[in-house]
Design a protein around this ligand. Structure first.
Ligand code: ADP
Ligand code: MG
Length: 263
């Protein structure tokens, strides 16, 4: 599909600064950050703890406003939380007193959406994500990976255009993490959503993304942006196969050095 050059970017940061002011003083969390993201692009955001990754997602989610500069979604400045943006966190925060289906329906309920349509959508999404048999179960009856899929289903039921994923797999063990990252990456891609994934895990960042953005700390700045492609593979490899490609090690070494430099 040829790129639509007339459409505004899905995301644009224009010379964004963010300072937190507290009674203990001031933190310059983000300094002079500018970049754009195309619609449907998958971005991984990596950098050491404290370099402003979550802050960047909070800016996109409209939870905080930039101290200076502009954050735009589809060419419009972010002015507050919006249904266009879906958030997925490390803690799946599913409610134990609700069934999986009712957890997925929580957002539409709070937003006062058409519940008949929402229920139809929720059931379809849960079936697609392999949770059709578990709709009436409680969260504690599901494995960690299944709970993360349920959390994604809940986010997707709101039909967001932009997905913000803040270390969503950190609570999972290594094996589950690999397969769930692969699955969730595949789902997000097949639905054509724009996504930003914050992760500490460099291999995960590379395997999942079209581009990896590396941040440098204190204050958080853009350190590098890597366009990820695997020319040696015929089609885009999944999270497992990507790691076996000759390109992978090169990306890993460069990003690792960029993150080490600033310890
Ligand atoms: P990351 O997600 O990369 O670990 P954060 O965006 O959470 O980084 O934080 C960036 C910096 O801003 C850190 O120094 C952190 O202590 C500070 N910070 C984050 N949130 C707040 C807040 N609500 N009030 C004051 N300082 C904050
Ligand atoms: Mg964070």
């Amino acid at each position: 599909m040829p790129a639509d050059t007339t459409a505004p970017p899905a995301i644009e940061f224009r010379d964004v600064h963010l300072r937190y002011f507290t009674d203990k003083g001031e933190t310059h969390a983000i300094s002079s950050v500018s970049f754009t993201v195309r619609k449907g692009e998958f971005i991984s955001l990596v950098g050491q703890s404290g370099c402003g990754k979550s802050t960047m997602l909070s800016l996109l989610a409209g939870l905080i406003a930039p101290t200076s500069g502009e954050v735009l979604i589809n060419g419009r400045p972010v002015t507050g939380p919006s249904q266009e943006v879906g958030f997925m966190l490390q803690q799946d925060s599913l409610f134990e007193w609700r069934t999986i289906l009712d957890n997925v329906l929580l957002g539409p309920e709070i937003r006062g959406m058409d519940m008949i349509a929402a229920r139809y959508r929720a059931e379809r999404i849960l079936k697609n994500y392999g949770l059709g048999q578990f709709m009436d179960h409680r969260p504690s009856e599901l494995s960690g990976g299944m709970r993360q899929r349920a959390a994604l289903a809940r986010t997707m039921c709101m039909e967001p255009e932009l997905l913000l994923l803040d270390e969503p797999f950190s609570a999972l063990d290594f094996q589950t993490r690999l397969s769930i990252a692969d699955e969730i990456g595949g789902i997000i891609r097949s639905e054509g959503k724009t996504a930003i994934l914050v992760t500490h895990d460099i291999p995960e960042a590379i395997a999942m993304a079209d581009r990896v953005i590396v941040l440098a700390p204190r204050p958080g700045r853009l350190r590098a942006i890597h366009e990820i492609s695997f020319p040696s593979a015929e089609t885009r490899p999944g999270a497992f196969d990507a790691r076996e490609t000759p390109e992978f090690q090169g990306y890993f070494n460069r990003i690792w050095e960029e993150m080490e430099d600033h310890v």
